[in-house]
Design a protein around this ligand. Structure first.
Ligand code: THU
Length: 161
């Protein structure tokens, strides 16, 4: 028996004031566009904003439904929009923020498991790492170098043989 040690690095900043200007601007856009989410059930408004390699910015927000499982997370709304509007374009960075209108929004949240799988496949499909900036409306900011770091031992298309 051997053991594998799976690790990844997270950059931790005290606030957006410590970020580079482009990263701070992207995060600010994610914070603002949480207002575009449709989350009347959870009251948890999420936005993910992508900076594409070509310079364009694309926004995705969570869109819920009275039939709860129909709802879709901000990250997957974003990836579907990018793939549809800018086919083949690499995503350099995604900033994700949220407004928990019934609680606190002062710490970073991280994408759910399904979104990690989607992010990881987008990276593989375009063969370009996606940096991820995570923060609430205020407070600490985490930066992750590539989406696949969030999903060790990922199931991928190559597993299908
Ligand atoms: N949600 C996202 O959009 N992204 C995440 O990373 C976490 C959760 C949404 C799903 C649901 O509409 C609401 O937040 C509460 O879970």
């Amino acid at each position: 028996m051997t053991k594998k040690d799976v690790q990844f690095e997270v950059e931790v900043y005290n606030s957006s004031a410590e970020l580079s200007a482009p990263d701070a601007a992207l995060l600010e856009e994610a914070r603002k566009t949480t207002a575009n989410a449709y989350a009347p059930y959870s009251k948890f408004l999420v936005s993910a904003v992508a900076a594409l390699e070509g310079g364009q910015k694309v926004v995705g927000t969570n869109q819920e439904n009275a039939s709860y499982p129909v709802g879709i997370c901000a990250e997957r709304v974003l990836l579907s929009t990018v793939a549809s509007q800018y086919p083949g374009q690499a995503i350099d960075t995604i900033a994700i923020s949220y407004n928990n209108t019934q609680g606190k929004s002062g710490h970073p949240i991280s994408p759910c498991g399904i979104c990690r799988q989607s992010l990881s496949e987008y990276e593989e499909r375009i063969n370009h790492p996606i940096r991820i900036i995570l923060s609430g409306l205020s407070g600490e900011v985490f930066i992750i170098k590539q989406a696949k770091d969030l999903l060790p031992l990922t199931f991928t298309s190559s597993d299908l043989g």
